[in-house]
Ligand binder design. Sequence first.
Ligand code: NDP
Ligand code: MG
Length: 421
Amino acid sequence: LFRSCARILLFIATRMKPSASTANGQEVPSSVVTKLTVLGATGSIGLNTLEIVRQFPHKFKIEALSCRSSIERLVEQIKEFQPRLVCVDNSEQARELRETFRDRNSGTETEFVWGVEGLIQISSDPEVDLVVAGIVGAAGLQPTFSAVQAGKTVAVANKEPLVMAGELFVQTANKTGAKLLPTDSEHNAIFQVLHGEPPERIARLILTASGGPFRDLPLKEFEKITLAEALSHPNWEMGQKISIDSATMMNKGLEIIEAHWLFNTPVENIDVLMQRESIIHSMVEFIDGSFLAQMGLPDMRVPIAYCLGWPERLPLKIPRLDPLSMSALHFEKIDPQRYPCLPLAIKVAKQGGAAPAVLNGANETVVTAFLGEEIRFVEIAETIAAVIKDFEKALHQVDVPSFLRKIRTLEDAEHADKWGR
Ligand code: NDP
Ligand code: MG
């Protein structure tokens, strides 16, 4: 009898599918379909996410999509993925889409919602397992935070909310069991490298930077930089705001703050190196002197897929890195004269409190102005530096508003960001 029981148990064990632990620690079979909300579905992160979902239709189901103004693209996505919920910017767009899909008689039963309330609804919907935070800028703050409050797994590409209110995000995730999965390529590289190692084993995080389009431009020519030149990133294809942030290297500054919160590492232990090939996506130096790096072609589908599939890896169909094709990997120090936004952001990161939110508001405003060709490229850093000076002055005044001292609530973060704007 004993031998028969043992044989039956062995049979069951070998037939059982491997199980994976979810963000909240529960064991689930790996064949379970993950239900997704994609915030910012029509942007660069959103499109890459949907491309992965297309490759793995049995693993993922799109529950909800959002966009602000790219309605034509969104209509195509609704037809293809048949989401249950769609969020647009305003009630007029929602009404028109309702009409469109009623007229089409497509059989799709989609509910159309709008505005911040709509974004919060699709981020915290009880059916949704994983939220891809792919909105650009502070506009992602409330929806991403509501996903964290609802205890979701969140693939965090949208770094600005973490810059504005990182402490609140981490504290709330600890309370609700939400999992913040680092999706930004550098942070995803570190996430892969750390693989659960505790923060006390980290000596240093090294974020790599491509250097953007102006890494070799003579400094005297910076006055004449055009919008088109600033938008043409040498290694990555991304949305407009992050492309400008990469050209100024404010992006790397925001990423230091992002890494500080995601990996519970002091700002002083986070360095930046230029890696012009964008093959090494970041490195960790451990306390025993080991360096571990994550490598690959610059393709955002890799970090996004890592988060979608986590804790498993997906057999992704993408062009692969051929190590034989690499003649060399270069590492260079960052020149603060070429990238004045980086030292500025590092100073702000060390100040902490409301300073990062102020920085974010100022940066978004000047980048929008540059995209509208209202200011010159060099004025981006100049203007933000002036705002930070004003902020430091304001801190010394007796009637300084409390939100400029410390971010205690989401509203504080929004006020500080607005002050920067
Ligand atoms: P995009 O500009 O390409 O896309 C932004 C998305 O957000 C679009 O779907 C857009 O809708 C939507 N959106 C924009 N503004 C609002 C708003 N006010 N309210 C609601 N939705 C809005 O940006 P990216 O995909 O490049 O970047 C998204 C985030 O991910 C950023 O925070 C960026 O820093 C980060 N990131 C991006 C990387 C990349 O490779 N692109 C890499 C690492 C991080 P619509 O299309 O209708 O305007
Ligand atoms: Mg990045």
